[in-house]
Design a protein around this ligand. Structure first.
Ligand SMILES: Cc1cc2nc3c(=O)[nH]c(=O)nc-3n(C[C@H](O)[C@H](O)[C@H](O)COP(=O)(O)OP(=O)(O)OC[C@H]3O[C@@H](n4cnc5c(N)ncnc54)[C@H](O)[C@@H]3O)c2cc1C
Length: 333
């Protein structure tokens, strides 16, 4: 599984190079920031485990070194793991689309699939005959497309905001000048990064349903956490905000493989908010399976069909108490 995590990043890197994609790439690995002293205290051990499991040496910064690294904020230390990089996902997906289109792929948008069966798919516009169907609806899956999906995925909302471009003076005022993509040690973690156009992106997990009102609540919370973490930017304008659904699995590992009892259907989902790289890796695995090629790397952890969550259609009710418990634990010293 760990090999797959690294291979997923390598694959994205390779696709960007092979297809000559302009994706606003930045950051050397990712930086984990301790929001409590005890988290910084655990960095040495974590770095050892990372070295052992991933074969790379993380760099640790103490609290007093953060400002000179351009990582100032309410943090007690940082650990940078040199795997991964930041990109603009919209540019990435647009580049993949162009590459697939040039290779002969046909796309049909505005035609939602309403049924999958052994002959192919039925959409709102008609039928498509297919020897193989790949189900890749992740956090936007439906309980009955196909019925096997019922209860196996947990959609969870994530919300991100983006500021107006920040001047050098504004960056200096906050002490954040680093190009590193970063996240903090909260269980309900914040993710953030200064993008190449000098806008700052800041996001976090939120509700479980998508609607105008829940998205407004989530945005208010994200803006408030952003302003609290970076008070020097209290008056900086927010130019963009959006929410979407990520997908969780009970076993916390994505599933990629054939749907049981549906020999023509393959599925890949549950990337836990890390689908840019893992979704790409899973897409390659699914393509290999559809073409009956032997995948170079198919970790055993991804073979097991996602187990069902308790409570069936009511399962999203499980999330708010878990988030409340996470929030309380994030407040503990
Ligand atoms: C705010 C936010 C921030 C994120 N940040 C990161 C990040 O920093 N790093 C990272 O790696 N990941 C991040 N993610 C997660 C990442 O976006 C997802 O993991 C990734 O998009 C999953 O890709 P996917 O193609 O599997 O599914 P999706 O991108 O969710 O696409 C699923 C598609 O299925 C379509 N669909 C659903 N039902 C049907 C149907 N019946 N018929 C036809 N089509 C259907 C939907 O319209 C949708 O287009 C973030 C997500 C959000 C919302």
């Amino acid at each position: 599984w760990r090999l797959a995590e690294k291979a997923a990043v390598t694959l994205v890197d390779r696709l960007i190079c092979d297809l000559a994609l302009d994706v606003d790439r930045h950051s050397v690995g990712e930086t984990y920031l301790a929001h409590r002293p005890r988290h910084a205290g655990g960095f040495e051990k974590e770095a050892e485990a990372t070295q052992e499991n991933y074969g790379v040496a993380p760099e640790i910064l103490t609290q007093s070194q953060l400002s000179s690294a351009g990582l100032a904020g309410p943090f007690y230390g940082a650990m940078t793991t040199p795997i991964g990089f930041g990109l603009n996902p919209r540019k990435y997906v647009a580049g993949l689309y162009k590459g697939a289109f040039a290779a002969g792929t046909r796309f049909f948008d505005r035609s939602p699939v309403v049924q999958i069966n052994e002959k192919g798919v039925t959409t709102s516009q008609g039928h498509v005959k297919a020897d193989k169907v790949i189900l890749a609806t992740n956090g936007y899956s439906s309980e009955d497309i196909p019925d096997w999906m019922a209860g196996r995925y947990m959609p969870a909302q994530s919300t991100a905001i983006v500021t107006e471009p920040l001047s050098d003076t504004a960056l200096e005022a906050a002490g954040w000048t680093s190009d590193q993509m970063a996240y903090d040690s909260r269980r309900l973690l914040h993710y953030f990064r200064l993008m190449p156009d000098r806008r700052f992106l800041f996001g976090m997990r939120g509700g479980v349903f998508s609607s105008v009102s829940t998205e407004a609540v989530a945005r208010t919370k994200v803006v408030s956490d952003f302003r609290e973490m970076f008070p020097a930017w209290a008056k900086v304008g927010i130019s963009h905000a959006w929410s979407g659904m990520v997908c969780l699995a009970r076993g916390r590992v994505p599933f990629v493989g054939p749907v049981p009892n549906m020999p023509n259907v393959l599925a890949g989902f549950a990337y836990h908010g890390n689908g840019v790289a893992m979704g790409t890796f899973s897409g390659q695995l699914l393509a290999d399976m559809a073409l009956e090629r032997r995948p170079a790397l198919y970790p055993a952890a991804m073979h097991h069909p996602a187990r069902r969550f308790p409570l069936g259609r009511m399962r999203r009710a499980l999330v708010p108490p878990v988030y409340a418990a996470y929030h309380l634990s994030d407040l503990r010293r």
